[in-house]
Design a protein around this ligand. Structure first.
Ligand code: SF4
Ligand code: SF4
Length: 92
């Protein structure tokens, strides 16, 4: 089982030094996780360290393809309110 970094990653480097398995590597266009190395931090930490520090909602997926930090989970702003706010901003 392994986590996956997807294209919304902003290459901030925060996750790379925290990985106990050295599974994260710099790549183009964004950082990646080597699925052969990722242990989901089992045995080393209670939570996946990359997802714990990642500042971008939805950038890291679990083994089922679900975002570990889904939209709204870090900002506290429900996705529907965010959409409404963005629509209002665009209207002005
Ligand atoms: S879940 Fe843990 S082992 Fe897997 S890439 Fe993230 S920090 Fe590394
Ligand atoms: S912490 Fe998140 S945004 Fe930063 S490099 Fe890692 S996956 Fe990308």
């Amino acid at each position: 089982m392994a986590l996956k970094i997807i294209e919304s990653c902003v290459n901030c480097w925060a996750c790379l030094p925290l990985c106990p398995s050295e599974a994260i590597y710099e790549a183009k266009p964004h950082f990646l996780i080597d699925p052969k190395k990722c242990t989901e931090c089992e045995g080393a930490h209670a939570d996946p360290q990359c997802a714990t520090i990642c500042p971008i909602e939805g950038a890291i997926l679990d083994a089922l393809g679900e975002p570990i930090n889904p939209p709204g989970s870090l900002t506290g702003i429900p996705p529907e309110r965010m959409e409404q706010a963005m629509a209002e901003l665009r209207a002005h």
